[in-house]
Ligand binder design. Structure first.
Ligand code: EPU
Length: 304
């Protein structure tokens, strides 16, 4: 529980800032692997009011974390003391202009790709099946099937923790790398402008279908997971290494190393975060021993 929970009239204070106070929320309900203890949620419905909310947080010494789609995130079972901030989806989430589109960070990535297709814009079909928000995809520089989101970014609009101001960045300012960006922990992405190649709807749709088919065949998309757990080390495939070690199907509690893709840990039977962490440790140790390779986490882990 955050110390804000003890503040009198906190719900009213948040409402005055355009936000909704949701105390002691089970965070497992907000992540795709379905694990995580309780935390106090603050939901902001209008991203233009973020600077005011940040000013309140800073005045009250509130530490916070930003929750996106929760699709690449493992939250520990003991929950969090930090306030969990969530930007909610807005009706004006997508604005098209020629071959450019301005997308709110809270927009769903898959929906965005499909909407772009309807406007005869391609270039991002590979991203269609990646669950989560556009902001989360940017933060991690999400990618699949030869496309990464950084390739089509024109500008990113963000609230900068360091300056307390809304800034517009060029892609080079964000220093995108493989599954990594250079945003600071106290930055909040608000929206992104994408520039996309013009392509007929039918062609883009075909590509989306192809990628989704490949994904269905090689990843456990119908089970609860946080996606790929480890980054691919240079010159290696994490999934292939784990598979070669015969670890598919290994279980700790309710968590299992997927039989379909070894770099996925699925929550099959009311797994706890601790179950998943144990499996991650086991994988890291076995890969270290067999390949002398140190696996780096791709998922984001939140602990108290
Ligand atoms: N492989 C195995 N066994 C497995 C899994 C994979 O032998 O259990 C082999 C495959 O046969 C293939 C190679 O490993 O030869 C690579 O596998 P795959 O094509 O599935 O790609 P990946 O490198 O494991 C990456 C991304 C995925 C993304 C796919 C498709 C990372 C860590 N993973 O997976 O991204 O969807 O390519 O482009 O970069 C994610 O980031 O969460 C994620 C799932």
């Amino acid at each position: 529980m955050s110390f804000l929970a003890a503040e009198t009239g906190i719900a009213e204070q948040m409402a005055a800032l355009g936000a909704q106070w949701v105390p002691a929320e089970p965070l497992s309900a907000h992540t795709s692997p379905g694990v995580g203890g309780p935390g106090d949620l603050v939901r902001l419905h209008d991203r233009r009011r973020l600077p005011e909310l940040m000013e309140y947080f800073s005045r009250h010494g509130v530490s916070w974390r930003l929750l996106g789609g929760g699709t690449n995130l493992l939250i520990a079972d003991e929950g969090l003391d930090d306030v969990v901030l969530q930007l909610m989806r807005e009706p004006d989430g997508l604005k098209f202009e020629g071959n450019r589109v301005e997308v709110a960070a809270a927009a769903n990535l898959g929906t965005t790709v499909t909407e772009c297709a309807k406007h005869n814009l391609g270039g991002v079909a590979g991203l269609a099946g990646i669950p989560g928000t556009v902001g989360g995809a940017l933060w991690m520089n999400a990618g699949a099937y030869g496309t990464q989101i950084a390739d089509v970014v024109r500008t990113v609009t963000l609230y900068r923790g360091a300056s307390g101001r809304v800034e517009v960045w060029r892609p080079e300012d964000a220093r995108f790398e493989y599954r990594h960006s250079g945003f600071a922990a106290d930055d909040v992405l608000l929206s992104v402008s994408l520039e996309l190649p013009e392509r007929p709807y039918a062609e883009v749709l075909e590509k989306i279908k192809e990628c989704n088919q490949k994904r269905r065949a090689s990843q456990p998309i119908s089970e609860k997971s946080a996606g790929c757990i480890f980054k691919n080390p240079p010159g290696h495939s994490a999934g292939q290494m784990i598979d070669e070690l015969g670890l598919k199907g290994t279980r700790v509690g309710g968590a299992v190393i997927s039989e379909r893709h070894a770099n996925f840990i699925v929550n099959r039977d009311q797994a706890t975060a601790a179950d998943i962490f144990k499996l991650m440790d086991l994988i890291r140790e076995r890969v270290r021993k067999a390949y002398q390779v140190e696996l780096e986490e791709e998922v984001i882990v939140w602990r108290k």
